[in-house]
Design a protein around this ligand. Structure first.
Ligand code: ADP
Ligand code: ADP
Length: 229
């Protein structure tokens, strides 16, 4: 589903954000990407969603050669990828239902199909009773669940969660991880969860790719990460 071959990326200021990254992630995998601030996590996400182009190497996501994508094809390519951020980014003037429906309206689906999928998604993220609520009326955990619902509404092949628990307490963080695991199982979505929280990664035994100064320093199937700082 995801293949990076010898990918390197430097910024104009000379910072080498990614160095010779080789990474293969199969369809339906759940992978943690971990490492300290500045190790290259955001750059990796930006390369996967077509926002940054690598200096060298190949990037394939869902059979698309992302590094060679024409600018005009990027929005269509991005339909393959759902992205969830730490700071939720729900539209404040829309209800939870409308926020999720909005992600489908841009695909020009008919109203009945949209409503059916929104109901399905609300059930999946356990927010059926909050369909008519506005984001400000929800707890942080509920807002993050709504954001995840919006990100998966159009059945993306890959879901990238960038520090999705960064603004949440440990209880809510567990809830969000449980939800991502459920989506991984029920929808078979390939999931990349980016985090710098080693205690969280160590309590869920999943494949964990660790970055440091732009290099992959470990890639362990059963998880596990030790911060040696
Ligand atoms: P480019 O390298 O593509 O010219 P810019 O340097 O203009 O990009 O920065 C693009 C974005 O990245 C801006 O939002 C900027 O705030 C952010 N940015 C710039 N430098 C850094 C840095 N050293 N670390 C993290 N983000 C940065
Ligand atoms: P992380 O997400 O792990 O904190 P980043 O990918 O944001 O790491 O950053 C990797 C390195 O690249 C850092 O040294 C950062 O300062 C630098 N960097 C990130 N974005 C930019 C940018 N737009 N311009 C210049 N340097 C950047």
């Amino acid at each position: 589903m995801i293949l990076l071959k010898n990918v390197s990326k430097s910024y104009k200021n000379g910072v080498k954000a990614l160095r010779d990254i080789n990474l293969e992630i199969d369809e339906g995998e759940f992978v943690y990407i971990i490492g300290p601030t500045g190790c290259g996590k955001s750059t990796l996400i930006k390369i996967l969603d077509g926002e940054e182009i690598p200096d060298s190497g190949e990037v394939w996501v869902a059979n698309t050669n992302v590094g060679k994508l024409r600018h005009s094809r990027v929005p269509i390519y991005r339909r393959n990828i759902g992205v969830v951020f730490q700071d939720f980014r729900l539209l404040p003037t829309m209800t939870v239902f409308e926020n999720i429906a909005f992600a489908l309206e841009v695909l020009a689906l008919d109203k009945v199909t949209i409503r059916k999928r929104v109901r399905e998604v609300l059930q999946l993220v356990s927010l059926e009773d909050k369909a008519k609520a506005f984001p400000r009326e929800l707890s942080g955990g509920q807002q993050q669940r709504a954001t995840i619902g919006r990100a998966i509404a159009n059945h993306p092949k890959v879901l990238i969660a960038d520090e999705p628990t960064g603004n949440l307490d440990p209880e809510m963080s567990k809830e969000i991880i449980a939800l991502l695991e459920k989506i991984n199982e029920v929808e078979n979505t390939t999931i990349l969860m980016v985090t710098h929280d080693s205690s969280l990664v160590n309590s869920y035994k999943k494949r964990t790719v660790a970055l440091e100064s732009g290099y992959i320093v470990s890639d362990l199937t059963k998880g596990g990460y030790h911060n040696y700082d």
